[in-house]
Design a protein around this ligand. Structure first.
Ligand SMILES: O=c1ccn([C@@H]2O[C@H](COP(=O)(O)OP(=O)(O)O[C@H]3O[C@H](CO)[C@@H](O)[C@H](O)[C@H]3O)[C@@H](O)[C@H]2O)c(=O)[nH]1
Ligand SMILES: [Mn+2]
Length: 722
């Protein structure tokens, strides 16, 4: 099917070239847009062509339990309002309860919001964890994020026969009450944050501002006895921030976590999660280790990436943000190349790769000199020592000291001036310079010659929450388009990686395909404009005779092809259509604005910022389920392009209907092809059409309507002039 689509696209291009002389500039522009589409399709085919997935043999690993290496687990949160603390708490609880020797785990939470409420929530959560974790392990609970576990109101033990059902039910009830108690405490704290201004543990938070405060590191829980059945260490980290110091958003937070954990536990492996991604499958750390400990992959695989799945997904994916098809086909496709992209969450890393090691370095074990270490990693002697251990390390010695003793050093390496003049953000750690730091960091590793592995267990390893509503989806997509384009236009362009580094050619094509997502906005908007122009001026964009089939064929096959992918992943026609139309909406709105913010960055007018996505505590249960999938709007300029396009096409269709078009020149007036495409576009913009008449957040705000109306009128007028 992929090849058939390509065949038809090439046929179409040839047709355009051959008949170019008979039609004017519009055909040339259309040709360029279609050329872009074809080029893009080639990149897609290359990416999907040779799929592969990893398979693991857990029983083999389980024979070597005493040898299991320590793993440091990172969670990032940035804003207690956009990311309610109870969500972070659930993620942390699910991590503390994973099936892995607890004395080999440490959980670090980075709080870029510097919020006493987040800290308080974690302290309370660690108390609850003392009940929760043993309960989970005793009854082999599958989903260890309590809010998901207790969303099922019945006390049903997991599969196996529980010897004493009433005992289980008793315990279940107690724990549920405790969890509700925890939720209430956190809710109260959120409602009135005043109690924290006082003294005790919270004194450090007084007089702090989110963007201006010293480092705050607190060891909330330490597994002092080193019990494998106990609770993992839990450490709260809020790195220093000062107004004049760039903090590099999430990448900066991850680098601080890498250093703080380095001086505290220095585990050779790391698992990193966003605050909203809980562990859905408690054996996943064992699985991750299966991949990374495999003697064959030791020398080649940098990281193991699990896909992102989302809980409480709305029926038929109305916002097109579940990405099931993308993860399935592109994810496995990459698996057959150099490996999946790093997705920023759900990923197991090797510490030494994060520290900049390449597979090549492993072969000629050159010990870095003291000077080189300081230049790359900064001046903390204690930290440098741990780096040297991590870079050498094939043997994992448990840390000799207890972690509370290293708080002072940790404070030092979490300072905002620590990275100044070092390799952090370029040679080592998470890479700076893009709001999609994840993919950039992963690509750097691929460029060094590492591979990565895809891992998709059933049940899904991790579950997160996808943004709901128009504005949140658009913010996220705009940030992605911005971040990806930033990379494309920087010295980190993958083409250089292939020419001068070890990035494989087809992997480079895959990265290119991904990075130029935002640019799709240009041909799509041009095409929409051309279509309207041709209908207004009664000229042709498509042939009328049998030539029309040359255009209809790729259109049909392309859609059929993608429909089949949705069927293959068990989704409905509705879900497919929702994703089709959301692609159009996202491309022409969010990605289009993404291009703008990159241009502003290049012109040094404004920096690209990382806007955090709003996380909902729960999508269901607030009563207005009927409206759950309805598109929402706000005053953001992101909705102007779409509203304009919709208005233009409505005007054009009415003109056509009423015969208000100009008379066709030499008999070549617009015909069914143009009308069909225009109708198709209006159908794609159905949520906007409803928004024209909607009220409140479901309606397009009048300011947007005015702007779009003026632009539409201008366009129609201009089209008639030229
Ligand atoms: O200054 C910041 C901004 C964000 N974050 C954290 O970054 C994570 C991701 O933020 P979110 O708003 O949820 O963005 P998404 O678009 O959902 O995230 C996807 O895209 C990001 C890159 O744009 C990646 O970093 C994420 O891992 C990936 O899941 C969250 O845990 C935030 O707390 C910080 O720690 N500091
Ligand atoms: Mn997220």
């Amino acid at each position: 099917m992929d090849i058939t689509v390509l065949f038809f696209l090439i046929l179409l291009l040839i047709y355009r070239i051959v008949s170019l002389n008979n039609y004017g500039v519009p055909w040339l522009i259309a040709f360029l847009c279609e050329l872009w589409l074809t080029f893009n399709w080639i990149l897609v085919i290359s990416t999907k062509w040779s799929p592969a997935q990893s398979k693991i043999y857990l029983d083999r690993l389980l024979q070597r339990v005493p040898e299991l290496p320590p793993v440091d687990m990172f969670v990032t949160t940035a804003d207690p309002v956009l990311e309610p603390p109870i969500i972070t708490v659930n993620t942390v609880l699910s991590l503390l309860a994973v099936d892995y020797p607890a004395n080999k785990l440490a959980c670090y939470v980075s709080d870029d919001g510097c919020s006493p409420i987040t800290f308080y929530s974690l302290v309370e959560a660690s108390k609850f964890a003392k009940l929760w974790v043993p309960f989970c392990k005793k009854y082999d609970v599958r989903v260890r994020a309590p809010f998901r576990y207790f969303s099922d109101d019945k006390a049903t033990p997991n599969g196996k026969n529980v010897a004493d059902l009433s005992e289980f039910q008793q315990e279940w009830k107690t724990i549920k009450d405790e969890y509700e108690h925890l939720c209430r405490k956190i809710e109260n704290a959120v409602k009135n944050s005043t109690p924290f201004d006082g003294d005790g543990e919270f004194a450090v938070f007084s007089n702090t501002e989110r963007k201006n405060h010293p480092t705050i590191i607190k060891v909330i829980w330490e597994n002092k006895e080193g019990l494998s059945s106990g609770l993992p260490h839990l450490i709260y980290v809020s790195r220093e921030k000062r107004p004049m110091h760039p903090h590099h958003y999430k990448a900066g937070a991850m680098n601080v976590l890498a250093r703080v954990s380095g001086v505290m536990s220095n585990a050779p492996y790391m698992l990193n999660l966003d605050c909203d991604m809980f562990v859905n499958y408690p054996k996943i750390v064992l699985h991750g280790m299966c991949i990374l400990l495999d003697p064959n992959t030791q020398k080649e695989v940098a990281f193991a990436q699990c896909p992102q799945y989302f809980y409480d997904g709305l029926k038929d994916d109305p916002f097109g943000n579940q990405f099931v098809v993308l993860f399935r086909f592109v994810g496995t496709g990459l698996g057959g190349l150099q490996g999946p992209f790093y997705g920023g969450t759900n990923c197991f890393h090797r510490r030494k790769v994060i520290y900049g090691l390449s597979p090549h370095d492993l072969e000629n074990t050159r010990i870095l000199s003291e000077k080189e270490l300081v230049r790359n990693f900064g001046s903390s002697r204690e930290f440098i020592n741990t780096v040297a251990l991590a870079l050498e390390g094939t043997t994992y010695a448990p840390p000799q000291h207890n972690i509370s003793n290293s708080v002072e050093t940790a404070n030092q390496v979490a300072g905002c001036g620590y990275e100044y003049g070092t390799g952090w953000g370029s040679q080592v750690g998470w890479v700076y310079g893009s709001t999609t730091e994840d993919i950039l960091t992963g690509m750097k590793m691929h460029t060094r010659g590492w591979k990565s592995e895809n891992y998709m267990p059933d049940p899904p390893a991790f579950m997160g929450c996808a943004p709901t509503g128009g504005p949140a989806s658009m913010t996220q997509q705009k940030r992605w388009a911005t971040g990806l384009l930033e990379i494309l236009l920087s010295k980190n362009n993958p083409i250089f990686g292939t020419l001068f580094g070890n990035l494989q050619f087809r992997q480079c094509l895959a990265y290119l395909w991904f990075y130029q997502w935002g640019l799709h906005a240009i041909p799509e908007i041009l095409y929409a404009a051309l279509l309207a122009y041709c209908l207004i001026t009664n000229s042709q964009l498509f042939p009328k005779d049998t030539g029309l089939w040359i255009f209809a064929a790729p259109f049909v096959v392309l859609h059929l092809n993608s429909l089949l992918e949705y069927f293959e992943t068990g989704q409905s026609v509705r879900a497919w259509w929702n994703n089709q139309r959301m692609s159009r909406i996202i491309t022409m709105n969010a990605w289009f604005l993404g291009i703008f913010s990159v241009i502003l960055k290049i012109l040094r007018i404004s920096e690209a910022v990382f806007d955090v996505t709003q996380k909902e505590e729960s999508n269901s249960g607030d009563g207005d389920d009927e409206d759950a999938g309805r598109f929402t709007f706000n005053e953001s300029p992101v909705f102007v392009p779409g509203t304009t396009i919709l208005m233009v096409h409505l005007i054009v269709l009415v003109m056509k209907l009423l015969g208000l078009q100009e008379p066709a020149k030499n008999g070549n007036g617009s015909g069914p092809g143009e009308v069909f495409c225009s109708l198709y576009l209006v159908l794609c913009y159905w949520p906007f059409l409803k928004g024209l008449f909607g009220k409140g957040k479901y309606g397009i705000p009048s300011s947007t309507l005015c702007k779009a109306g003026a632009l539409a009128a201008f366009f129609v007028h201009l089209s008639r002039l030229i």
